[in-house]
Design a protein around this ligand. Structure first.
Ligand SMILES: NC(=O)c1ccc[n+]([C@@H]2O[C@H](COP(=O)([O-])OP(=O)(O)OC[C@H]3O[C@@H](n4cnc5c(N)ncnc54)[C@H](OP(=O)(O)O)[C@@H]3O)[C@@H](O)[C@H]2O)c1
Length: 226
C-alpha cells in the first residue's frame, strides 16, 4: 500500500497490516500521505510478505528493504494463544506466542535498524498490551491467558532494552497499549472502536521524540505502569 499524493510525509512500516489495528494504522498513514510498507503473511497486491514467526522471513524483509530509509516501524503483529489457564497451558502454543509477540519484534528491530537510522523520524513502536503490565495487567480480570500476558511483559522489557540500545542512534523506542479494541483479537464486546484507537496511537507516534523513548502509554496518552 502506498500513497504518493502528498509529497514526502515519510515512510512507515507496519507488521500484521492485513486486518485489525495494523490495517487501520496502515490506512491512516496512507491517508496522511505516508508511503506505507504494509507487511502481511498472506501475499496480497501491494503488500510486503512477512511471516514474523519465521526468522528467515524477517531477515529477508531486511534484505529487500536494504538502503531504504524508514521513518517509523510499527511492530503490531501478534497472536493471543491459549486462554484456558495453567491446566491447558501447552509448550508449543506458549512458545509460538512468545516467538510472535516477543521475539519477532526484536528481530524486526535488528533487521530494520539501518533503515530507521537512515529515516528522519526514527521511531520504533512496539504495540504492547496492558495485559502484560506487572502492575495493572491483572486488575480488571483473572482470565487464563498465560502465554499472551507473559509475551507482552517480555515485549515491555524488549522496549526498555531497545530504547537503551538505540538511543545512541537517535532512534526512539516506545510501547503502546491500544486499549480493548473491537478487532478479531479484542472481540465484538470490546470497548473501543479500531479507528479511535488507531487515531490515538498515530497521534502519540507522530509526537514521539527521544524524550519519550522507553515509555509505555495507552492510546489515549495515559502512562501505563510496567
Ligand atoms: N484488540 C485488542 O483489544 C488489543 C488489546 C491490547 C493489545 N492489542 C495488540 O494490538 C495489536 C493488534 O491486535 P489486533 O487486535 O489488530 O489483532 P488481530 O485482529 O488478531 O490481528 C492480528 C494481526 O497480526 C497478524 N499476525 C499474526 N501472526 C502473524 C505472523 N506470524 N506473521 C505476520 N503477521 C501475523 C495477523 O495477520 P493474519 O491475518 O495473517 O493472521 C493480523 O494482521 C497486537 O499486538 C495485539 O496484541 C490488541
Amino acid at each position: 500500500m502506498s500513497n504518493t499524493a502528498e509529497k514526502d510525509a515519510g515512510t512507515v512500516l507496519v507488521t500484521g497490516a492485513g486486518r485489525g489495528l495494523g490495517r487501520t494504522l496502515a490506512a491512516l498513514y496512507a491517508a496522511a500521505g505516508f508511503r506505507v510498507i504494509a507487511c502481511m503473511r498472506q501475499a496480497t497486491e501491494g503488500a510486503m510478505p512477512l511471516d514474523v514467526a519465521d526468522a528467515g522471513s524477517i531477515a529477508m524483509l531486511g534484505e529487500k528493504l536494504a538502503g531504504q530509509p524508514i521513518d517509523i516501524v510499527i511492530n503490531n503483529a501478534a497472536i493471543r494463544g491459549d486462554t484456558g489457564g495453567l491446566s491447558s497451558l501447552e509448550e508449543g502454543d506458549f512458545l509460538e506466542v512468545m516467538r510472535i509477540n516477543a521475539l519477532a519484534p526484536l528481530l524486526v528491530a535488528r533487521a530494520l535498524r539501518p533503515n530507521l537510522l537512515a529515516g528522519r523520524r526514527k521511531v520504533l513502536v512496539n504495540i504492547g498490551s496492558r495485559a502484560g503490565s506487572l502492575e495493572e495487567g491483572t486488575l480488571d480480570d483473572d482470565d487464563g491467558d498465560y502465554a499472551y500476558r507473559c509475551s507482552k511483559a517480555a515485549l515491555n522489557m524488549a522496549t526498555v532494552k531497545l530504547a537503551q540500545d538505540f538511543r545512541g542512534d537517535g532512534i526512539a523506542v516506545i510501547s503502546l497499549h491500544p486499549g480493548w479494541v473491537r478487532t478479531d483479537m479484542g472481540g465484538e464486546e470490546a470497548a473501543i472502536d479500531v479507528g479511535v484507537s488507531a487515531a490515538g496511537l498515530k497521534m502519540l507516534i507522530d509526537g514521539t521524540t527521544l524524550a519519550q523513548t522507553g515509555s509505555f502509554r495507552a492510546y489515549d496518552g495515559r502512562a501505563v505502569a510496567w
